[in-house]
Design a binder for this molecule. Structure first.
Ligand SMILES: NC(=O)c1ccc[n+]([C@@H]2O[C@H](COP(=O)([O-])OP(=O)(O)OC[C@H]3O[C@@H](n4cnc5c(N)ncnc54)[C@H](OP(=O)(O)O)[C@@H]3O)[C@@H](O)[C@H]2O)c1
Length: 221
């Protein structure tokens, strides 16, 4: 059975590229979530026009979470807790993939560790044990995601406390044209989230748009 993914806050920079790649893979149904139904439907229509199909739907965030098998959260950190509250009922018993990077504008190139330890741990604490939170995709730039034909020089480091959930998220990375790697327990998400602030600084200093990370040494010699 095809899985349905809800991209919560999927109307911004990061969400639409992921949604487009997952829909295009043919392996997933995709729902764009927003605080506003019309905005979600508009972005879904735009993505469908690019795909030449009607496979992506738009819903409010709570409806999207409830209708999906798995939810992916792509909102700014200052909207993190409120958005999680709004989808809490819908994600009960499901996997929540947290893409959120805790940043404190304007110092977006400085690592910020939030009070709960990391955005992903805060999500797990807020949602409780009935939801398997997996942290992933924080290091992948929206700039490259938005062109589905573009190969992306960035690995997806996947952190979580449930092995089966991590396997599902690694499959999501592969469906989006990326390599997903098991990066250990959810406690490790603080490092992956922090790396994004480092990459933003590299983008600024080297005048590029989408610095990424690659893990080396995985191939057998
Ligand atoms: N952009 C990147 O290249 C990139 C790369 C890696 C990781 N990330 C991380 O991914 C997350 C999303 O990034 P983004 O660039 O896509 O963010 P964004 O475009 O600023 O926001 C995404 C969506 O979040 C919702 N939102 C924004 N402010 C909100 C608020 N105050 N309250 C509730 N909802 C709000 C909006 O959806 P509605 O108005 O439709 O509700 C918006 O379209 C962030 O945590 C970011 O750090 C981004």
């Amino acid at each position: 059975m095809t899985q349905t993914i809800a991209v919560i806050g999927g109307t911004g920079n990061e969400g639409p590229g992921l949604a487009l790649r997952w829909a295009r893979s043919g392996s997933y149904q995709v729902i764009i979530g927003s605080r506003q139904l019309e905005k979600a439907q508009r972005v879904a229509d735009e993505l469908n026009a690019r795909l030449g199909s009607e496979t992506i739907h738009g819903m409010t965030n709570p409806e999207a979470a409830a209708a999906a098998d798995l939810a992916v959260l792509t909102v700014p950190y200052n909207a993190h807790a409120a958005t999680l509250e709004s989808i809490r009922a819908g994600v009960h018993g499901k996997i929540l993939v947290d893409v959120t990077v805790p940043l404190q504008p304007p110092k977006v190139s400085r690592v910020y560790i939030p009070p709960g330890g990391s955005a992903a741990i805060e999500a797990q604490t807020l949602l409780g044990e009935a939801v398997r939170v997996v942290a992933a995709f924080q290091n992948v730039s929206a700039t490259h995601l938005s062109d589905p034909d573009r190969p992306i020089e960035c690995d997806v480091l996947v952190c979580g406390d449930d092995k089966e959930a991590k396997i599902e998220v690694i499959a999501l990375a592969e469906a989006a044209g990326l390599r997903g790697l098991d990066a250990g327990p959810l406690a490790n998400a603080v490092v992956i989230e922090g790396l994004t602030a480092v990459l933003i600084g590299i983008n600024i200093r080297y005048k590029v748009k989408a610095a990424g990370i690659k893990i080396t040494g995985l191939e057998q010699e």
